[in-house]
Ligand binder design. Sequence first.
Ligand code: NAD
Length: 480
Amino acid sequence: VLTVPCDMLVFGGTGDLALHKLLPALYHLHRDGRLAAQTRILALARQPLSRADYQSLAERRCRAQVARADFDTATWQSFAERLDYFAMDVSQSADFGRLAKRLDSHERVQVYYLATAPDLFEDIAAHLATAGLAGPLSRIVLEKPIGHSLDSAKAINAAIGAVFDESRVFRIDHYLGKETVQNLMALRFANALFEPIWRAGHIDHVQISVCETLGVENRGAYYDRSGAMRDMLQNHLLQLLCLVAMEAPVRFDAEAVRDEKLKVLQALKPIHGLDVQDTTVRGQYVAGKIGGQEVPAYYFEKNVDNDSDTETFVALHAEIDNWRWAGVPFYLRTGKRLAKKSSEIVIQFKPVPHRLFNGGEANCLLIRLQPEERISLQLMAKAPGKGMRLEPVELDLNLAQAFQQKRRWDAYERLLLDVIEGDSTLFMRRDEVEAAWSWIDPILRGWHEYYQSPRPYPAGSSGPEQAHGLLERHGRAWHE
Ligand code: NAD
């Protein structure tokens, strides 16, 4: 099915996000025949590049990013016909006048994808309005992070809201574009099996981990002002928590789904003041080895302050004060330069009320987003042979195999199509973003007030010891 024709304008078109993620996703959509013939892509940035310069830059990056079997010159050439470049400085209002002249038709859907730093969002929205480019057919896509605090997020949302009504604002969180994350909703709300036990009476605790092996790469300047809490936990991890914890929406539409997610964020028990010492752990990596290679300490990374106290790791114990989840710990952790790349949600069920057999563990549902996408349920089974010895076995839902998929869609492909179609179910609503910041802000303040400096952890380890202590004192452990 083809989408409606549109102009896709990528602000920050020479940046890493545009070249590494957005253009490869658009290339795949083109190759799969999902873009209407008249759809055009216009990359915008400050560098004075010609159309040919930009096309060859984009080709080089897409070639490196797209699987070899999916990349061929003829398809690239037909894709490149859609692709153009426009040099402009988004802080200059006059440049938007030039842009308006360049866009000959306002009858089409215009998608403005802001793949730039968030401090440019307010200017871009205002200048689009002044240049008459924010008509009812236009939409705006905002990348995370939306601000760095509740106040800055509110200021960005207000500036965007003054130009685009909420139905035309798409705050992207690419975790929501992942098939497995959407499957979490299918698992919960399309199978009678899980919902009755999806509550405090049967669930011991939940873990959400996003562990990276990468360091800050060339994003040191941004990261050092941000840290793991703002860069990852405020958005990706809290979104995953919402999908695990939300009530069934009355309909599967943008408002109903987001209403339920919002209620979860509003029910998060505040962590403030001295609470941060017992319920949160900050960490920062020091030199170590990853995959046999020596890597430097965080404070020696490029564009990072030598006495930086930014956290590259955070773990915390969250609680949701509502009827379904009262008393169930949600343990969240994320960090850079950890031993293994893995993103997963673990639903740890309670043990059976009465043990008949020796051995055996409680059931556990594992929803894995990285390195591979899969869902598996750990059940207890009798080991073959004499006696009654129990061993855990896995009921594995291999989604790629079940649907005989040739290629797994990247999250950005799905989300870009949703933007073109105007479906905001998988995007964050303004009040959700602000509710997430309302919960995060007091933790950041608590760290500052009680000078909670980050605990060092060697690169290539599983994070600071204190993060293990967070669970060990409740007789639990991180799923490794
Ligand atoms: P980047 O620094 O690589 O790219 C920024 C782009 O903005 C460049 O094209 C630059 O030329 C352009 N730009 C900057 N100032 C400009 C101006 N005044 N006028 C016109 N163009 C201007 O950054 P990035 O890594 O691509 O990230 C962009 C945003 O997306 C950031 O907010 C980042 O946090 C977010 N993000 C990035 C990734 C990723 O994978 N890189 C993932 C999620 C979110």
